[in-house]
Ligand binder design. Structure first.
Ligand SMILES: [Zn+2]
Length: 258
């Protein structure tokens, strides 16, 4: 992070009447969730994305739900995790009308848990299970009572699917995400290298419109070259610190304590 970055970020946000936030894995790693694609992530531990893809795709779910859930309960059962400081600051920013909404690639539900209201989880929410017949959403606490087996709908008895986008499925809420991004005056991209489509494409389209793109990330992203401001997260600070300093600059010294 450069010394002037926070001041620049504050000025950009002050001049925007419609700021939308896009978040990726980086914000959840600060809450203690390993990045799927990182070195401690499930893709790496399972021997690569192809191996995981063979197990958590929609065809495998339909053909052999027992096998799918056997893997699911082993690998995707996390103890409850609390939102990070960055999640909390963003929820506060939404409450204060400094941002209009959050489009997230993360499936952990932590933006919502932190108090975020207008959150669009384009890859779904892993705390939910949806009925494959009647579409009723069930909470994780209900579904997990079927572990290690296949959970069934409380209403119609059909099989439940984790309410996340599996390989081979299209993303959730695409038009909602596209609408939010399209109407934004400033787009604040946090904790993603913008390599996963179609979200990366939406951000790319936004940047082509000569509007203000700001990126806060550890390491380079695909769109650093078109960003009005890129804030590099280095060893001395976290996304949470950077957002908290920005929030204080916008509202006065009332730090969101983690
Ligand atoms: Zn049902």
């Amino acid at each position: 992070m450069k010394p002037d970055d926070i001041n620049s970020l504050i000025r950009i946000l002050q001049s925007s009447h419609n700021t939308v936030v896009v978040t990726g894995a980086g914000i959840s790693t600060e809450a203690g969730i390993p990045d799927f694609r990182g070195k401690d992530g499930i893709y790496t531990k399972m021997g690569g994305e192809d191996k995981v893809m063979a197990l958590i795709n929609i065809d495998a779910f339909r053909k052999t739900p027992e096998r799918f859930y056997d893997f699911h309960w082993q690998r995707f059962s996390y103890p409850p995790i609390e939102p990070s400081k960055a999640h909390k600051v963003l929820a506060k920013m939404e409450e204060d009308d400094l941002i209009k909404g959050i489009v997230t690639q993360n499936i952990d539900g932590l933006h919502q848990k932190a108090g975020g209201k207008n959150v669009v989880p384009i890859h779904g929410n892993s705390n939910e299970y949806v009925c494959t017949s009647c579409n009723k959403i069930h909470e994780r606490e209900y579904a997990i009572t079927f572990k290690p087996g296949v959970p069934a709908c409380a209403v119609c008895g059909s099989i439940l699917k984790p309410n996340v986008v599996l390989f081979g499925e299209s993303i959730n809420n695409y038009s909602e995400a596209a609408g939010l991004i399209d109407h934004a005056e400033c787009l604040l991209v946090i904790g993603t290298s913008l390599t996963v489509y179609p979200l990366a494409g939406l951000v790319q389209d936004f940047s082509a419109g000569a509007r203000n793109l700001v990126i806060i990330n550890k390491g380079p992203t695909q769109l650093d070259h078109v960003a009005l401001l890129k804030v590099e997260v280095d060893d001395g600070n976290t996304l949470g610190d950077i957002l908290d300093m920005t929030y204080q600059g916008l509202t006065g010294p009332s730090s969101v304590t983690a």
